[in-house]
Design a protein around this ligand. Structure first.
Ligand code: HEC
Ligand code: HEC
Length: 227
């Protein structure tokens, strides 16, 4: 133990993040998979979301972002009645939050099924069906895609990424590949001040200056960005 520490200490001084990593429990993905059985009831077995965006897609969101949202639901600083009972301290201690967040963040979902020859020997219809459940293809949302693309790149891309893919390192969620209905609901929560867009600066109202039409155009472009 002492040997280990004396070896790690100089490293820890060089990289201030190292002690935090050491302090947390190792990630247990099997535990994450088990917890996901509860989440799957609403968010789908692969975190693909459901009911056309009533339940958002979770697969591929940054792990620290997922963890933060779960803690916000728990403290009720972000409203989410359907989930409150699943995230209270007894149901979901911090270690579980870490595991489920890591599990969901690692799931990659295709936006289309690769073509196959259904008549080829060895074609497995059941495996194909399971594969098709993982596909998330956001239906084209109404609005002007070209105008939306321009606005998005000027106003949103610096944080949400050039293709709307989000930023892992900065805990910023993807917008492309997320359901349009869900995104609109978040816009309303931001407008009503029930959710904060910039966790470091709760007074920053990032979307207040955009008209409904401008956001519509942005969401139209985003719905095509995952094609
Ligand atoms: C009873 C249904 C239900 C269950 C079960 C459920 N959720 Fe949710 N969850 C929701 C709803 C509804 C929302 C969207 C709330 C909103 O629109 O603001 C949501 C939102 C989220 C978000 C926010 C996503 C984002 O992009 O910000 C995360 C993260 C999340 N859920 C994780 C989980 C995890 C992990 C579990 C399992 C432990 C789980 N949920 C179980 C209903 C559910
Ligand atoms: C300064 C960085 C920044 C800019 C610029 C920005 N966002 Fe965000 N956005 C964030 C962060 C951070 C979050 C996550 C907030 C949280 O932690 O709850 C977020 C979340 C969102 C969400 C909710 C996503 C979800 O999964 O719940 C939507 C919708 C959104 N942003 C839309 C936009 C749009 C549209 C633009 C451009 C007009 C934009 N944002 C510009 C940082 C930014």
């Amino acid at each position: 133990m002492t040997v280990l520490f004396s070896r790690l200490l100089p490293l820890a001084l060089l990289f201030p993040l190292v002690p935090q990593v050491l302090a947390s429990q190792p990630i247990d993905l099997e535990n994450g998979e088990e917890i996901n059985e509860v989440c799957a009831g609403c968010h789908g077995e692969y975190g693909q979301g459901g009911k056309a965006g009533k339940y958002p897609r979770l697969a591929g969101l940054p792990a620290p972002y997922i963890a933060e949202q779960l803690k916000d639901f728990r403290s009720r600083s972000r409203p989410n009645m359907p989930m409150v009972e699943h995230v209270d301290e007894r149901q979901m201690p911090d270690e579980d939050i870490q595991d489920i967040a890591a599990y969901l963040a690692r799931i990659e979902l295709p936006s289309k099924l690769p073509p196959v020859d259904e008549h080829a020997p060895g074609f497995n219809a059941y495996a194909r069906l399971l594969e098709s459940k993982k596909v998330v293809q956001i239906p084209r949302a109404p609005g002007n895609v070209q105008a939306g693309k321009k606005l998005y790149h000027r106003e949103c891309a610096s944080c949400h990424g050039r293709r709307g893919e989000g930023r892992n390192k900065k805990n910023i969620p993807m917008l492309a590949g997320q359901y349009t209905n869900y995104l609109w609901r978040q816009v309303r929560l931001f407008h009503e001040g029930k959710r904060h867009h910039d966790p470091d600066d709760p007074d920053e109202r990032l979307l207040d200056d955009f008209s409904h039409q401008e956001l519509k155009d942005i969401f139209a472009w985003l719905s095509t960005a995952d094609d």
